[in-house]
Design a binder for this molecule. Sequence first.
Ligand code: AMP
Length: 198
Amino acid sequence: MGKGTQAQKLVAEFGFAHISTGDLLRGAIAAGSPLGLEAKGYMDAGQLVPDELVLSLLKERLASDDVKNGFILDGYPRNTAQAVTLDGVLAEMGKNLDAALLVAVDPSIIVDRLSRRRACKACGFTGNDTMEVCPRCGGEMYQRDDDKPATIQNRLDTYAAKTAPLIDYFKGQDKLVEVDGQAAADDVYVQVKEVLGL
Ligand code: AMP
């Protein structure tokens, strides 16, 4: 929670490519592709989309030119199998992961933030329910299907069962860095740059 906002800030300041598997999946859904149709059921249920579907989108994205100057993976890996796969994919590209960033937020705050979150249909800007139109482009703000109350608790359960074990995984590789995600986004960003040495 808060990872997308922090990734957007790093992209704006440092020009890294932003690779959000959630955005790639939502793009596939919007395009009406078979992969998108298959993914949507899992996403609306608050579950992880099967690894091979996400991997195919990720590999396609990593083949783009703009990743050459560095990139931020936002929302990937989400489980240990994906982390192992990622090592192999990056090795093939002659790269490796510099760091894994944990933006730590208490679950009760996550529920509140997600239920108030709204996103811009046109540009993807993330805001909240006080914004009637997008402050960046004037586009229509909407609530993601998976930010509806019924899905939020499932997403938290999925995180605890599947994604949280990555904390120890990356600690074991000496790659985990952590920030307190409960502060205001700009204050979190100050910490993010510090822990990443930027
Ligand atoms: P996000 O935009 O990162 O919050 O992701 C939204 C949803 O997309 C998640 O709740 C998952 O259902 C799906 N998703 C995003 N990234 C992944 C991933 N790496 N593996 C599996 N499912 C993913």
